[in-house]
Design a protein around this ligand. Sequence first.
Ligand code: GAP
Length: 458
Amino acid sequence: MNAMEKIVSLCKRRGFIFPGSEIYGGLAGTFDYGPLGVLLKNNIENSWWDHFVTNRDDMYGIDAAILMNPRAWEASGHVGGFSDPLVEDLETKKRYRADHLLEASGHSALGLNLEELNSKIQALALAGKLENSEGTVLKKIGEVRQFNMMFKTQVGATEDPTSISYLRPETAGGMFVNFKNVVDSFHPKLPFGLAQIGKAFRNEIAPRDFIFRLRELGQMEIEYFCHPSKWEERFEHLRTEFLTWMISIGLPESKIHEVEIGDGDRAHYSKRTIDFEFDFPMGQKELAGLAYRTDFDLKAHSEYSKTDLSYFDEETKERFIPHCIEPSIGIERTFLAVLSSAYNEEEIDGEIRTVLRFNPKVAPIQIAVLPLSKKEELSVPAEKIAKDLKKIARVSYDETQSIGKRYRRQDEIGTPFCVTVDFDTLTDNAVTVRDRDTMEQVRIPVADLASYFSDKLV
Ligand code: GAP
């Protein structure tokens, strides 16, 4: 098994991630979180929210509706331009993303417009050098065309063009349309940001790489508004904050690569974009993006909604449309980055130990309480210890199988500490605390456990 296959298998076996609607054969591009996965996901989201919203005075959280008035997506340019280049293999009728086919054939699609992409694809097909990612040569290929990735849906009981809406392709839209509401209700001084965590939907031509490219995904996004003259300093500030947060959840800095996106390759709204790429098991790929969206969105929404979205600065008496910097990161890509960088296998006494070295801050379970035997004389104090520790940590209680097997199980789900209650506990009122990473064990009085863990779980 390669690294990705091992991670997929562990996720299923231990209840992190399951294929979506699996008993019906699945649905491509969808996955479900299991009990440990939802904990890890919530911890990632909470840490992002704490870092960017709770611990700052210039951020306002919102939670907007997924369905929006379709005019909002016309204004944002998504109805007209949120598309990927699609090409069909005329023999198998399989559809591919044209840029992915070029990459698989050893060429880059960077900077190419649709026409150039088409000529390159056709030339490669003619020369018998166009391959898909499995190495199959594609000979008869259709014209490359744009495919809009928004999921269309119908709102209400009438089936006519006016009832069409879309599942949002990014959470950003909900923040731009609430800009005025927040200004009018909170009167924030510039610069300030709106922050949101939520679902987005994209009808990807080729969902792949486990939870990397999905059709239903989570996003954590900020739209940070500032005076047009201040965008560069705000961009730099958010760039360093973004990186600091990524490192704080356990992503190794050496695996994060900042890539400046060139003129022809940025989204239609962006004047500058830095992608944060990450060394995933399948290679270096986009984890997050930081975009300077200028006044593109507020201006467009002003025009389409006929609502004034300008800002009046009381101090300078200046009225203007603020410019916007957007740090955006996918929840599942963060999840995969955290999981894949935590994954470790090591040989101990001739056996392979699988261990997820999660940062304790995001680990689904932080402390496992393990009574050495199921006997009541141990389970009663052990349950009491678990109950007390739950006030300061995410705790699980496990009394099944041998202690060695239980340690391995906790290693495999990334629990940083195990607290073992044994027969000596009944006389010395102390427990053994085992460290996941060093496997060292120390004896700690039960009364000191809370203070022992106080600086180890944050
Ligand atoms: N509001 C800006 C925006 O949506 P994006 O680069 O298209 O920009 C932002 O998406 C982030 O969302 C990406 O960096 C990635 O982490 C995540 N993302 C995008 N498409 C995805 C997909 N199909 N599956 C999983 N995550 C995705």
